[in-house]
Design a protein around this ligand. Structure first.
Ligand code: PXP
Length: 237
């Protein structure tokens, strides 16, 4: 059964809107676990727009499932990751002006840089996943870096018109298959919602789905544990 990684960044977004102490992502992680989360994901961005350093250090102490740190490959964030030692790190590209992570990491164009970031994290026992577009060239490059896993970017499918979504889904399935064939563990995420997740979950081979905005949005109305449990049922087909 695939695992559900719950991205709780947007709990911190609400807190940072007032620069106060609530809602606390540490509480959110505990409630997500109660709802059945297999993994808690947070993105410590360079601009600290939502998750703060304090959150990452506390989550390392309190999360009892897998902690997945999404991160850009900057020296500062790599230093923090090596100090915190989350179970998993997912390397993502990061631009200051973006609303959220926009594209996958260009691993093919930066193999040696990515390889050294992967090695710096693995040296501390952190499992490394690379967030890439559904592109077989990027899958092959990811394998070259020594990373254990890739997360296939599902945004192109999530944003596609109904006429294009079948094609986008086929690209995601092809990338998933290619990654499996070179023995990479395969995750998926970005833009997945209660409405669009089922066709992606039906693709064989995905081990983990990382979902944030849709779960936190639903949690505002039904509570986080219930929102997580509902998503977990949808991916467990
Ligand atoms: N996976 C990665 C690598 C991401 O950068 C994000 C967004 O932080 C997500 C998954 C979750 O995306 P969403 O909030 O759209 O579910």
């Amino acid at each position: 059964m695939p695992e559900l990684g719950v991205n709780i960044d947007h709990v911190a977004t609400v807190r940072q809107a007032r620069r106060t102490i609530e809602p606390d992502p540490v509480w959110a992680a505990a409630l997500a676990e109660l709802g059945g989360a297999d993994c808690i994901t947070v993105h410590l961005r360079e601009d600290r727009r939502h998750i703060q350093d304090r959150d990452v250090y506390l989550l390392k102490e309190t999360v009892t499932v897998k902690l997945n740190l999404e991160m850009g490959a900057s020296d500062e964030i790599i230093r923090i990751a090596r100090e915190v030692v989350p179970a998993q790190a997912t390397l993502v590209p990061e631009k200051r002006q973006e609303l959220t992570t926009e594209g996958g990491l260009d691993v093919a164009g930066n193999v040696s840089r990515v390889r050294s970031a992967v090695a710096a994290l693995q040296e501390k026992g952190i499992v490394v996943s690379l967030f890439i577009d559904p592109d077989e060239r990027q899958v092959a490059a990811a394998k070259e870096t020594g990373a254990e896993a890739v997360e296939i970017h599902t945004g192109s499918y999530a944003e596609a018109s109904p006429a294009q979504s079948t094609q986008r889904l086929a690209e995601i399935a092809a990338a998933c298959k290619a990654a499996g064939e070179v023995r990479l563990v395969v995750h998926a995420g970005h833009g997945l919602t209660y409405r669009n997740v089922v066709p992606v979950a039906a693709i064989p081979g995905f081990k983990e789905f990382n979902i944030g905005h849709s779960i936190i949005s639903r949690a505002v109305f039904v509570g986080l544990s219930q929102a997580v449990a509902e998503m977990k049922r949808l991916i467990s087909i």
